[in-house]
Write a protein that binds this ligand. Structure first.
Ligand code: WTA
Length: 632
């Protein structure tokens, strides 16, 4: 069960082994898990269809691996310390044994509602222990969870429920976020007006807001749990049965449902967790992500529990009641490994060192970063003031689609270089390609980051639309998985991620497709057309700049129009996608063939006034002058 590499030399050996004989390498690791039946075929793959299977024929249930198998050895060990939003409120702890019992109770309750293996269940919940129980109960009975971040709007929620044809939604009355209470049940109620596949909703009483309960559909969590047996037979799953769907944004169209399966995802999240964080028994781990994102799935829930770790889960936000909250929690639980996003680091940096130095951070051993490139200044501040120059920064590059961390240092084992994610984990074979699809072998060249061999937690498909999976990830370059990121490799083979090379923007570590935001804007009654681009933002990494075409005769009431456009984005996607800047324009710069010249719009958003490169194909150059003059 201990899968931890102990030295850099061992990493190099393991890496070589994983490249020379991937099947043997992963098979050895997979054998340390609990299987109901062994697999017959370790790996089958082609990147053309694409079709990838790992441990095919193997039977298992992931919850037996992360709960049942720990009961004898660490049943009374804390699985989670739950830290509430209010600093002076009582937290909760749950041991492995208690978590097992709760998961079994909810599993029984869900079966009682008619949820069966293969059914989809949508989870729209706050950062509370019941959310963990809900996720694991799905996995226990073989239902496929689709967690939707509880900051998405009712429209976005409805789209995801409908795409997955979910049968059940698990939610709460409301959630606590800093000094705000957000009523999320109302969002669900609105969404369900257009979700005929939903039969029931289970509602956790979190904020005691006394919502209306629709009879026959809505049931209270605590009522349905009452009297349920604390054991529940785990469904037998094939290694390649679906474990979950997670919607994520791409360059075009609506967010797509990335599919992960039981066996490979289990093996890879556990392996990567133990190695990247160099997690040892007895350590306390804290990942500050939300369960609605892949980081929450893999490194709050699955990775740590599979490894039998003790984790912190936090309901609130880093700046409430003040900007010392993260560090106070680190002190309180003597956190050993801390994992957060650059955007949080940058926003906390601005609050000075007093709120940091008040707290004892001496238990920290490894500090991690995820979700977006970390700039030099933030890296250095994190290293100096949080890690006290004693803790390695593991800058972990990965994606919803990769399921687990792909490039990163391994705790204090690997060499480290600021702003560089570092080396590939064992089993990961990255390459940089030039525009023609040739592998770049020289150092310090920028290229398209691709992966040339499958690893156990690679996405298998996009739900309900395999063609889309093929087109987005496997068609740009034959026989490579295309990540959508640009990267460089230094002379020592360390990777540095430059950022997305497609129309995906990364705002505070949250992924949005520009097309998705444009679609939301275009529903607005004033908007004739729009174009959205990212621009560099000191705290968020990237901000959202929207150019919205409106009828020139309506331009005098700009404030009303802008407020209305903001509202359309909040309704269409959620407040998290609201543009930082909205510029009303009379038209968009287009080529003679009608294509929007985003390159120019990006430059203007970056503050460029005149140097736009080749503009010979522009239909109306005067328009560019107008946009520059009024740019924000
Ligand atoms: C970006 C989050 C630089 C990248 C786990 C990727 C990063 C996208 C890093 C995936 C990092 C993630 N350095 N960029 N350490 N980690 N990214 O699916 O552009 O929400 O393609 O997964 O975030 O975002 P996602």
């Amino acid at each position: 069960m201990n899968l931890r590499i102990a030295s850099y030399e061992e990493y190099q050996e393991k890496y070589q082994h994983s490249v020379n004989d991937p099947e043997e390498f992963w098979s050895d690791i997979a054998q340390t898990f609990l299987w109901k039946e062994p697999w017959t075929n370790t790996l089958n793959w082609n990147f053309t269809e694409p079709k990838i299977t790992w441990f095919d024929g193997g039977k298992l249930n992931i919850t037996e691996n992360l709960l049942d198998r720990h009961l004898e050895t660490r049943g009374d060990q804390v699985a989670f310390f739950w830290e509430p939003n209010e600093m002076d409120a009582d937290g909760k702890t749950i041991t492995y044994r208690e978590l097992h019992a709760e998961v079994c109770k909810l599993s029984n309750a869900m079966r009682g509602l008619g949820v069966e293996k293969g059914d989809r269940v949508c989870i729209y919940m706050p950062m509370i222990l019941e959310s963990i129980v809900a996720i694991l109960a799905c996995a226990r009975i073989g239902a496929v969870h689709s967690i939707v971040f509880a900051g998405f709007s009712s429209n976005a929620l409805a789209d995801r429920i409908n795409d997955a044809q979910a049968k059940l939604v698990i939610t709460s009355d409301g959630l606590n976020r800093g000094n705000k209470k957000v009523d999320i049940k109302t969002m669900v109620d609105e969404a369900l007006l257009s979700c005929p596949s939903i039969e029931h909703s289970i509602v956790v009483n979190c904020t005691h807001s006394n919502p209306e309960m629709k009879s026959g559909r809505d049931v209270w969590y605590n009522e349905i749990m009452e009297g349920q047996p604390t054991t529940c037979e785990a469904e037998t799953m094939d290694a390649e049965d679906l474990l979950f769907i997670l919607y994520t944004s791409g360059s075009t169209g609506k967010p797509k449902g990335v599919v992960h399966t039981c066996g490979g995802y289990m093996v890879y999240t556990s392996y990567s967790f133990q190695n990247v964080f160099q997690h040892e028994q007895g350590d306390v781990f804290w990942c500050t992500a939300d369960i609605g994102w892949i980081t929450g799935h893999s490194y709050i829930v699955y990775g740590p529990l599979l490894a039998g770790a003790t984790s912190v889960i936090f309901e609130g936000i880093p700046t409430y009641p003040d900007a010392g909250r993260f560090w106070q929690i680190c002190e309180k639980y003597k956190v050993n490994q801390f994992y957060t996003a650059p955007t949080a680091i940058r926003s906390l940096m601005g609050h000075g060192l007093e709120v940091v130095n008040k707290y004892d951070l001496s238990a920290l051993k490894v500090i991690g970063s995820v979700g977006e490139p970390i700039n030099e200044e933030a890296w250095q501040w994190y290293f100096d003031h949080i890690g006290k120059k004693n803790c390695p920064v593991v800058d972990t590059w990965w994606q919803t689609e990769t399921g687990g961390i792909m490039l990163s240092g391994l705790g204090n084992l690997s060499p480290m270089r600021a702003t560089h994610a570092g080396y590939p984990l064992p089993g990961i074979q990255p390459v940089l390609l030039d525009g023609d699809g040739n592998e770049i072998h020289e150092s310090e060249q920028e290229g398209y980051l691709c992966i040339k061999f499958p690893w156990p937690s690679i996405l298998r498909t996009t739900y309900g639309d395999h063609e889309r999976c093929k087109n987005v990830y496997f068609s740009n370059y034959d026989n490579y998985y295309f990540t959508g990121d640009g990267a460089k490799r230094d002379a020592n083979g360390m990777y540095r991620i430059i950022g997305r090379v497609d129309d995906v923007i990364n705002v505070s570590g949250h992924r949005f497709g520009t097309a998705e935001i444009e679609d939301a804007i275009n529903t607005n009654k004033y908007a004739i057309e729009s174009a959205v681009v990212g621009f560099p933002h000191d705290i968020k990494g990237q901000g959202i700049y929207a150019y919205v075409v409106v009828d020139p005769s309506k331009m005098d009431d700009q404030d009303t129009i802008i407020a209305s456009v903001m509202d359309s984005v909040s309704k269409g996607i959620g407040k998290i996608a609201k543009p930082d800047k909205i510029q009303l324009v009379s038209g968009l710069p287009k080529t003679r063939s009608g294509k929007i010249m985003r390159r120019i719009l990006r430059k203007i958003a970056e503050g460029e006034k005149s140097n736009f490169g080749d503009t010979s194909t522009l239909l109306d150059p005067d328009l560019v002058i107008e946009i520059v003059e009024n740019s924000i």
